[in-house]
Design a protein around this ligand. Structure first.
Ligand code: 1GP
Length: 256
């Protein structure tokens, strides 16, 4: 049973209130083996990473639980599920991004799968973070847009992203996640990140196609409270420290 039922959410809210940013490493259980998790945990500890996000759009390898256990044997960094499907909900994690794909018009991903998986989520004892999940065009069709059968928001339409984020906030979501999709050619523009961040009171998570510490910094400076990086770190885990440092170095934001 998880004792502190809103620990991660409160921490995300503090990032927002203090105009600060954190860094999350995304591990895809289809691409990482349990044996790699101890090394990853050490790198995350060393870089003072804020969260390990776990999840993927497929899940062919059913080793999620073991991956999380191995990570936790070496690190106290909270593990937050970022599930591609309800099959990825496991009580071994600390919290669950309870995603509703609000940029799409696929009822199954707005409410259908939530109804079907509600008993499992309730029984998991996980901290549930209600998340307005917004997919933005990243210049290439990503797994998430293909698998979700939804059209991403055009990259040059920040006003649509703002209205979508507002709708999520009005519905009572705890956080907004703006995602260009894993392996996006173009990450979300800092203009869009800034517009959304400026217009919502809830924390903003940003990810998709971010490959350098500079890009992490730019996103945080534009108003992202958490930046998530997966692919680039899979290719070069040594990026973790610089990227986390870049996120943590952003203080009071300047006006754009
Ligand atoms: C994908 O936001 C995440 O959903 C991270 O994307 O793997 O491209 O870093 P990358």
């Amino acid at each position: 049973m998880h004792e502190d039922t809103d620990k991660v959410r409160k921490e995300l809210e503090r990032f927002k209130a203090n105009k600060r940013s954190g860094f999350a490493v995304l591990a895809d259980p289809d691409k990482i083996a349990p044996a790699d998790m101890v090394h990853l945990a050490r790198l995350c500890n060393n870089g003072a990473v804020d969260y390990l996000f776990m999840g993927g759009s497929l899940l062919m390898a059913h080793q999620m639980d073991l991956c999380i256990q191995r990570f936790k044997s070496e690190s106290d960094i909270p593990v937050v599920l970022f599930p591609g499907s309800p099959a990825q909900v496991t009580p071994y994690a600390d919290a669950l991004l309870y995603l509703s794909l609000i940029s799409g018009r696929n009822p199954d991903l707005l409410i259908g799968q939530h109804v079907a998986s509600a008993p499992q989520v309730k029984a998991s004892g996980l901290e549930v973070i209600s998340t307005g999940y917004i997919i933005v065009d990243g210049g290439v069709q990503t797994t998430v847009s293909y698998m979700s059968n939804t059209t991403p928001i055009p990259a040059n339409k920040p006003e649509i992203a703002v209205c979508t984020a507002w709708a999520g906030e009005l519905q009572g979501k705890h956080v907004i996640y703006l995602d260009a999709g894993s392996g996006a050619q173009r990450p979300i523009s800092t203009e869009m990140v800034h517009s959304v961040s400026e217009n919502i009171e809830i924390p903003l998570i940003v990810g998709g196609g971010i490959r350098t510490a500079e890009k992490v910094y730019e996103n945080c400076n534009a108003g992202a409270n958490i930046v998530v990086v997966g692919n680039a770190i899979e290719q070069d885990p040594m990026l973790i420290k610089d990227m986390a440092q870049a996120a943590h170095s952003v203080g009071i934001r300047q006006k754009h």
